[in-house]
Design a protein around this ligand. Structure first.
Ligand code: SF4
Length: 243
């Protein structure tokens, strides 16, 4: 991907709006959301089907930047759909926004590769990832998409400030999540592990009880674990868009 080509192209986008972050370690922070169009997965519980099965508008990177600038908000979450689909122009929107002064977090579904150093170098002039963080999903069995998870290749790219999100729909998913944590724990130092329930499928208190029983393991391995409540679904109607 040549940076110049990216700057000239129109990219399918779903919506750009300002709200609060509803999930993870940024929960509650005022944030601008940049939602790209298209997703390579079809999770059983997807609550944003409109991001791959609805209408989209075409925007150039500078159109996107103009829209984002209107909100005067330092934090951006680029979400979807899937922002990092390979060989798609949308993949470079997050880096482009960091180059324009924003702190950007990418919500990625864990089935596509995170940026390699060469991609970051091409767009920023440095191999170092700055002001750019990942919220990396691990798909559990109840999503029906777990076979697409990329583990080690993505985990080795995680740094302080990144987070992992397990969306769990039942106890089998919790067991699966813990197997992943146990196997790859050496990659998760400084990375927050979020456990989130599929809305109305698992009680958060059930997740708390499950995790409390693993406290010794988390302490011995210096792992930071939190239960994630989807704030936006409490503040607003669970199906309301653009909030
Ligand atoms: S990865 Fe996200 S957007 Fe894609 S189908 Fe799954 S939940 Fe929906």
């Amino acid at each position: 991907m040549k940076r110049e080509k990216f700057l000239d192209e129109k990219i399918p986008m779903v919506e750009i709006f300002n709200s609060i972050s509803g999930e993870g370690i940024t929960s509650g922070f005022l944030t601008t959301f940049v939602r790209v169009y298209g997703c390579n997965l079809r999770c059983s519980y997807c609550d944003t089907k409109y991001s791959y099965d609805g209408e989209y508008i075409l925007m150039t990177p500078s159109d996107i930047l103009k829209e984002v600038n209107k909100f005067n908000c330092r934090r951006i979450i680029v979400t979807g759909g899937e922002p990092l689909e390979e060989d798609k122009l949308k993949r470079y929107i997050p880096i482009y926004l960091t180059q324009n002064g924003y702190e950007v977090r990418i919500e990625t579904n864990g089935s596509v590769k995170l940026y390699n150093e060469e991609e970051i170098l091409e767009f920023t002039g440095s191999k170092e990832r700055k002001n750019l963080f990942y919220t990396l999903d691990i798909k559990c069995p109840s999503s029906n998409m777990d076979k697409f998870n990329i583990f080690e290749e993505n985990f080795k790219r995680l740094i302080l400030g990144d987070e992992i999100k397990f969306v769990v729909g039942n106890v089998k998913d919790l067991d699966y999540s813990m197997q992943v944590v146990e196997k790859y724990k050496e990659y998760f130092k400084g990375v927050t592990l979020n456990f989130s329930s599929v809305f109305s499928k698992v009680e958060p208190s059930q997740i708390v009880d499950y995790l409390k029983a693993k406290n010794k393991f988390f302490m011995e391995n210096n792992l930071d674990v939190r239960v994630n409540i989807q704030l936006h679904k409490i503040i607003w109607d669970k199906d309301k868009r653009g909030v």
